[in-house]
Design a protein around this ligand. Sequence first.
Ligand code: ATP
Ligand code: MG
Length: 564
Amino acid sequence: MRYSRMLLPTLKEVPSDADVISQKLMMRAGMIRKVAAGIYNLLPLGLRVVNKVEQIVRTEMNRAGAQEVLMPMVVPAELWQESHRWDEYGKELLRIRDRHNRDFCLGPTHEEVITDMVRREVRSYRELPLNLYQIQTKFRDEIRPRFGLMRGREFMMKDAYSFHATDESAEAEYRNMFDTYTRIFERCSLQFRAVEADTGSIGGRFSHEFHVLADSGEDAIASCDACDYAANLERAELKDPGFAPAGPKAVEKVSTPGKKSVEEVSAFLGVPQSSLIKTLIYETDRGAVAVCVRGDFEINEVKLKRELKAQFVRLADDDAVRKATGAPVGFAGPVRIKAPVYADFSVKGIPSGVTGANEADTHLMNVSPSRDFNATYLDLRNAVAGDECPRCSGRLVIKRGIEVGHIFKLGTKYSEAMGATFLDPEGRERPLIMGCYGIGIGRTAAASIEQNHDEFGIIWPSPLSPFDCEVVPVNVKDEGTVKVAEEIYSKLTARGVDALLDDRDERAGVKFKDADLIGIPVRVTIGERNLKQGMVEIKERRSGEVRLVKVEEAVEELEKAIKK
Ligand code: ATP
Ligand code: MG
């Protein structure tokens, strides 16, 4: 491709509405342009990268035995009504009406459409298992579209759905997809972790998110420094440390006028925050409960809701707190409280703690959880760096991640709701067992930039690079330069190397800046001075390493550098 013919509008300025580095660089490198919030044009350079990701995904999915299909983006409401998601999905589902006043939506995901497709075609266990995937445009009316392709409203997804006669088959396919995703993200040269995304009733083993590790990630991930355990912060399991032996002193009431927060009480009484038994009152569908955690930790409401098997949990308002504790907000404690007490494991480790006395302006000191109150102990808090790994004796570290893929064992949720059944070997009608597996194509491309850039621009790993190699004649007014550059370019092209020839009549500085910005891994610079010695210069974008090679050997050397 000739640069002079290409729509490749690079920008010197950083666009003001870009928040993360990948978005800034994709805009500056002329890859994307915004059409509306969360809706983008992909320019030629951008599409080349997206196509690379797509091709890796397609190759590996096919290799894994999945078959590609293509479903419509516009989906009739009836299918979504059958699964009840028409009412449940909320505002992310963009609903539209056709000229006959029929309701449709723009598909944000395709469980309904695929389940409908399969229930019409599959009759018998003999036709199973089946894994069908598509690479297709999704629409989700995200409340906060941002970060360019990373959280768009319209975006490309690879979504796969598998159908099985038995649990074992569904679980085998889950592992197959786990391995396939691992290969896909490895081939994209990403640093990633497979993260346990669910520890609910079907078990953490059957929902994993694949996260690319990057500071700009929206999710916090706890991962072990010793084994490959990793989980969403809200899912990370924490161990029960057991009770610390009670301290020698008896419980003592102290006056703490106006001291309500952990900070205030700890400063006032001169005790560390880790000695406080922080107690919060929550309202749930089963009434008010007191929830305790060590003063320097945070209660995790996702865990709380799950562990309590509650429909909802929310912090009680002032009145409800007064009702539950008999005291104003800030003085709740587990000792002699009317509400049932649920405490995080961390509370067990406090030998002699401080807690509210359920009385205005009063706290209790020397409170021992093993001696002074009863509670149901559960895993209720956020993991923090240094917590023990639930799988080994390693320590957890907290990192940020970008979710690029998600695999999930669905079970029979959709097949039961939509009557998608098959006949088993005994001739009985059974609901199909399903799995679903998604990858964000654009998000993966963007995540790669988050991990591969420097102050000058993008540094593409070769599998995702829009071109294999860039050929830069320094001065296109010099005939000798142009001749050599054209020769190298056409030889490369003939050998199947996808090369970009910067044939623009621009200053060298402009060309080099643009080359660094768009980040093609290997570049060859043809300049008059080196040509006099019969040499051209090869530069690797990542290392910045520069070397001179003979003109005759340039193509071979470039091919070697590209393959590296
Ligand atoms: P998130 O929590 O980031 O909103 P999700 O859980 O809604 O993601 P899934 O429904 O599992 O995502 O979709 C599968 C994949 O599609 C995700 O792993 C992600 O890579 C991609 N994806 C989801 N939402 C978006 C979006 N708004 N823009 C770009 N890619 C997205
Ligand atoms: Mg989402």
